[in-house]
Design a protein around this ligand. Structure first.
Ligand SMILES: NC(=[NH2+])NCCC[C@H](N)C(=O)O
Length: 297
């Protein structure tokens, strides 16, 4: 547990990522390891979510530049970025978060709903095996990994409604041995959990999340209120730029640059917003988190 809230008054806690020190009460980042895939073959040529419009021009070059910026942002924050080789014919492979859930070094692979993305899962499975992961399980049920799974440090929040099969929630609980909480998504624009909710703090006893209530069924909204009474509540404007597709290291919160309102809200809670341009990747319905699988080894 690295929350500085426990630190003695006046103590300064060293930041494992940058070596900087933080005063008691300040948010402290923890060093992360991410897996990313360059969008070398990025296009929008099929439609599997309401953001994708093949008639709209897309620049692969700009997507690569934005992705490079995102990768450099993580490195500047002190994190490690691993990469997987992109494959021709798999334009959505840049959305690495959809291809595995890694907790305590155990890997649950993915199984895509859309046939156009199906082959991505096997490339990632091989990456895990080649990179020393011993426990790699491929799911039987449709499972879009961190697209629909969010780890709070103690619970695996699991979305369903558009992509991941509810049966995959039970499967994840068995394979990963972690308690799973199912959440029902109801708005097709927010077709994955990771465009409706993200975890701001996964290191403290009381995890903190940000979410957009209207993306969830009434029952799931109640569950979220009960589990996270002090959550950051996003509004429609935050959701509409895919602002909930954020990545937090416990202090720095990487957000799409349009998410200025959400950035203010997280700043009020002591986080440091880091805004990035992901406009090209958003044309496929993605943002920073979609491009970033966390390797929790
Ligand atoms: N984790 C995410 N939300 N990833 C974005 C995936 C975007 C991709 N075009 C799809 O519809 O599958």
């Amino acid at each position: 547990m690295s929350s500085t809230l426990d630190a003695p008054l006046g103590a300064r806690t060293p930041d494992p990522a940058s070596g900087a020190t933080f005063a008691a009460g300040e948010r402290v980042p923890t060093r992360r390891r991410y897996l990313m895939c360059e969008p070398r073959f990025f296009t929008v040529e099929y439609v599997i979510n309401p953001w994708m419009r093949p008639d709209q021009p897309v620049s692969t070059e700009r997507a690569v530049e934005q992705w490079e910026q995102l990768r450099r942002t993580y490195e500047r924050l002190g994190h490690t970025v691993e990469t997987i080789e992109p494959q021709p014919g798999l334009p959505d492979m840049v959305f690495a978060a959809n291809s595995g859930t890694v907790i305590d070094g155990r890997v649950l692979g993915s199984r895509f709903r859309a046939e156009q993305r199906a082959a991505e899962a096997e490339h990632f499975r091989r990456w895990f095996l080649e990179h020393g992961y011993r426990s790699v399980v491929m799911p039987e049920k449709i499972n879009e990994a961190e697209g629909d799974f969010a780890w709070t440090g103690s619970l695996l929040l699991a979305g369903t409604g558009f992509r991941t099969d509810p049966g995959a929630h039970a499967e994840a609980q068995e394979v990963l041995g972690m308690p799973v909480v199912s959440l029902q998504l109801v708005d097709p624009r927010y077709y994955h959990l990771d465009v409706a909710l993200f975890v701001l703090d996964d290191q403290s006893e009381h995890p903190l999340v940000a979410y957009y209530p209207d993306a969830f069924s009434p029952g799931s909204q109640q569950v979220l209120r009960r589990l996270f009474p002090d959550a950051v509540i996003a509004n429609a404007e935050d959701a509409e730029c895919l602002g909930l597709n954020g990545v937090s290291d416990g202090r720095n919160v990487v957000l799409p640059m349009e998410a200025t309102h959400l950035a203010e809200k997280v700043a009020e809670r002591g986080f440091e917003p880091v805004l990035v341009d992901v406009s090209e990747l958003r044309k496929s319905g993605g943002g920073p988190k979609c491009c970033t699988m966390e390797l929790r080894d």
